[in-house]
Design a protein. Structure first.
Length: 278
């Protein structure tokens, strides 16, 4: 279990870890059918989080195909274990007494999950390497009501433990697709009816101006189905990537800050669209 903190072990075994009560609670409730394999708790955690114990038992005994808020797995596919704090600490120093093991192959999603007519808001991360940023954007996208998140190009592994922890359970609330090239992402989402907006400090459009123009025929129109593209933490979006978008939008900086953190800028842009589409 400890080895699953490394990408090679996750790839070799087809498993990944979910650490801490919040992530495990959401994994047991919302992860895809058959993906949750094991849940580990210390005796103190089992007493402190009875809802995790109940949801795990419900899901472990649910008939195959049954889908309720608290039981969404295949019968017999999930095992619950009570272990000493020393055992949990040996598995993960970040478990906080609660740990789950999930099958990554059943958690994977493909283009039909996001590139479909009716998607209103999608977040696309292009070559984003920092796991904390990636996880925080997934969490912000979930909070803003996005339909999906795409990690394109050479972005961080979505099953990296820090990514999973940073999502605070949002990883299991909406489709998250990984690996495709950015050009393919843009083509698919545009084909599904989304305008593609790149967020970059070099943008020719000011986000405030777009918000002021909502309902007045502004271009680009924030009320339209939108895929927002966010670039790497260090170098942003190269010119070639910006050229793939329908428009490049900058978040206004009114103070002396040189720029915004990637996850903060993503939250601002996603909520601008969410409010306009409300």
């Amino acid at each position: 279990m400890r080895a699953l903190s490394g990408r090679s072990a996750r790839s070799r075994h087809g498993l990944f870890l979910v650490e801490g009560p919040q992530g495990v609670r959401e994994a047991v409730r919302w992860a895809p059918d058959g993906s949750v394999r094991d849940v580990y708790l210390t005796p103190a955690a089992a007493e402190r989080y009875p809802e995790i114990v109940a949801a795990t038992r419900d899901r472990a005994t649910a008939p195959a195909g049954a889908r309720t808020e608290r039981s969404r797995g295949h019968a017999g596919s999930l095992r619950m274990h009570v272990a000493t704090p020393e055992v949990l600490d040996a598995m993960s120093p970040d478990a906080q007494g609660v740990l789950a093991v999930l099958r990554s192959e059943t958690a994977g999603l493909t283009w039909p999950d996001v590139a479909r007519p009716g998607a209103r808001l999608v977040a696309v991360l292009a070559d984003v390497r920092d796991p904390g940023n990636a996880g925080t954007v997934i969490r912000a996208a979930d909070a803003a009501g996005a339909d999906a998140v795409v990690l394109a190009g050479r972005s961080v592994d979505v099953h990296n433990p820090k990514v999973v922890r940073s999502t605070a359970g949002s990883l299991f609330h909406l489709p998250v697709v990984t690996g495709p090239a950015l050009a393919d992402v843009v083509a698919h989402l545009r084909g599904a009816g989304c305008q593609v907006l790149a967020a970059d400090g070099a943008g020719s459009h000011d986000l405030d101006d777009l918000q002021d123009a909502v309902g007045q025929g502004g271009v680009p129109d924030l009320t339209a189905p939108t895929a927002w593209v966010f670039g790497n933490e260090a170098w942003g979006l190269p010119a070639a990537d910006r050229a793939l978008a329908d428009a490049v939008v900058r978040v206004p900086i009114r103070g002396r800050a040189e720029s915004l953190n990637l996850a903060t800028a993503a939250a601002v842009c996603l909520y601008a669209s969410s409010r306009a589409q409300r």
